[in-house]
Design a protein around this ligand. Structure first.
Ligand code: MF3
Ligand code: CO
Length: 289
């Protein structure tokens, strides 16, 4: 759609197009003509949507803070699921994983060689030395947020602790590489370079994703890549960065018993941290952590 200079801007800011997104659209048009991949308008969030996602993210952060306080050896992952469900619902929100494409629980809990999408169970008991990813996603007032953290149960091996630290720093570097008018490949390269320099590998089969109006939107955010390649990043884009880092090879397989849980093919450990981020006019803002 084309907008007249004096029409109200498509972002619903209430400002005239010429004062709002006109220059922005012109910049994107030029980049597209130069052969770059540019974001479609429907994944660029306006202020009202950003405010909604921020409120969802506050609840999502609250869930993870609660899990951080309670998680311990001897606890089942079903107990974590209950904590997540109860906190979320009591704050007027919905756990996004519950019934999402048939997922049976409110949160993903992935232990040791599980890469992601672990399903909480009364039969899975956390034990000393485990490393656990708890991946929480929240819908509040229709807006989605998504974040995950690693937890070390009791005393883990030096190697497990190093993997958890490297995956955390990989996310930090990915976020740092995200800039308005930069490229998705800037994020991928920053993560991949750091992870591989530490002797680990980056999972290819899963990545980050646009988020906010739906659970999974465009773009797919690869955690490998080349600087200057992939979709252009512009203010108003909201997506996750969530590198999965394997101690061994990056290959994974999905558990045939439940069709969800991904594990490392070689049985090595895997770790992951995830933020939901917003590209702003001047940089990047972490919305859910
Ligand atoms: N939270 C996961 C992500 O980061 C998605 C989980 S889908 C589910 O994208 F159904 F397993 F919850
Ligand atoms: Co995600």
């Amino acid at each position: 759609m084309n907008f007249g200079r004096n029409d109200e801007c498509w972002c619903k800011s209430g400002q005239k197009y010429k004062k709002c997104h006109m220059e922005f659209d012109e910049k994107l048009r030029k980049l597209r003509n130069q052969g770059h991949i540019v974001p479609p308008r429907n994944i660029i969030k306006n202020q009202e949507q950003i405010d909604g996602i921020k409120k969802s993210a506050q609840i999502n952060d609250g869930v993870l803070d609660l899990v951080a306080k309670q998680i311990k050896a001897g606890m089942s992952t079903a107990e974590i699921d209950k904590l997540v469900y109860d906190y979320t619902v009591s704050h007027g929100a919905i756990p996004a994983p519950l019934n999402y494409q048939g997922f049976p629980k409110s949160v993903c809990t992935s232990i040791n060689d599980e890469v992601c999408h672990g399903i909480p169970s009364e039969d899975i008991i956390l034990k000393d030395g485990d490393i656990v990813n708890v991946d929480v996603s929240t819908i509040y007032n229709g807006y989605y947020s998504d974040a995950s953290r690693m937890f070390i149960i009791g005393e883990a091996s030096e190697e497990a602790k190093r993997l958890v630290e490297v995956s955390r720093e990989a996310l930090r570097r990915g976020v740092e590489a995200a800039k308005p008018w930069g490229y998705l490949g800037d994020i991928g390269e920053a993560v991949q370079e750091y992870v591989e320099a530490n002797g680990y590998s980056v999972v290819r089969d899963f990545g980050g994703h646009g988020v906010g109006i739906q659970f999974h939107e465009d773009p797919f955010v690869a955690h490998v890549g080349k600087r200057g390649e992939g979709m252009v990043l512009v203010p108003g884009m909201v997506f996750t960065i969530e590198p999965m880092v394997n101690q061994g090879a990056y290959h994974i397989f999905v558990d045939a018993d439940n069709d969800w849980t991904a594990l490392t093919e070689d049985g090595s450990l895997s770790a992951q941290w995830e933020h939901t981020v917003l590209i702003t006019e001047t940089g990047v803002e972490i919305l859910a952590k």
